[in-house]
Design a protein around this ligand. Structure first.
Ligand SMILES: *[C@@H]1O[C@H](CO)[C@@H](O)[C@H](O)[C@H]1NC(C)=O
Ligand SMILES: *[C@@H]1O[C@H](CO)[C@@H](O)[C@H](O)[C@H]1NC(C)=O
Length: 167
């Protein structure tokens, strides 16, 4: 008798598991949403180049300043940090930006930004961004996953950044 109860429960579980697996198989994944976080303009300084390294050519450019504005935050980009971009050794066509940047909101809060990605053409790169702040007001940005499209024109950069949201 005891065995039958177990068998019954087991088959229920199996049925549930199978239908769950079935629905997972037939369920089309939904694309996440994107909310505009901000657009930024950044002015870079003269680059320093380390050519012939084991991983390619390192192109180091300081950040001289900039500004950013979006629906939930705006402010200036401080003259700190820069881009330690790597031009790949194999082909010399893929540039990996590696940006450390410090932003200050118009109400005086400081947000540290890390940004990396891959160039798509000579003037455009797709990037991912991570943020760090201790500000209570902007604390939400610590858990943001953001992507951006970066455009380069001489020493000036512009980037549009979106926050990933659930479907
Ligand atoms: C960035 O520059 C563009 C073009 O000059 C301008 O329209 C835009 O307002 C600037 N954005 C910020 C946040 O400074
Ligand atoms: C080198 O770059 C070109 C694009 O400029 C690409 O089409 C090609 O596949 C690359 N070759 C290698 C070996 O990665």
């Amino acid at each position: 008798m005891k065995l039958n109860v177990f068998a019954f429960l087991f088959s229920l579980l199996m049925l549930f598991g199978l239908s769950l697996a079935d629905s997972l198989r037939t369920k089309k994944p939904k694309a996440p949403g994107l909310d505009l976080l901000y657009s930024a303009n950044i002015t870079g300084g003269e680059s320093v180049v380390i050519a012939g390294g084991p991983r390619g050519t390192r192109i180091i450019s300081p950040i001289l300043g900039g500004s950013f504005a979006g629906p939930r935050l705006k402010g200036t980009i401080l003259p700190l940090g820069g881009d330690w971009a790597l031009l790949d050794a194999n082909n010399g066509t893929t540039l990996t930006p590696d940006v450390l940047q410090t932003s200050q909101t118009d109400d005086g809060e400081v947000i540290q930004v890390w940004e990396t990605g891959r160039s798509q053409s000579q003037n455009e790169a797709y990037v991912t961004l991570n943020y760090e702040t201790g500000s209570q007001k902007y604390y939400w940005i610590n858990s943001v996953v953001a992507i951006g499209i970066l455009n380069v024109a001489g020493n000036s950069l512009s980037v549009d950044v979106w926050q990933l949201t659930a479907p």
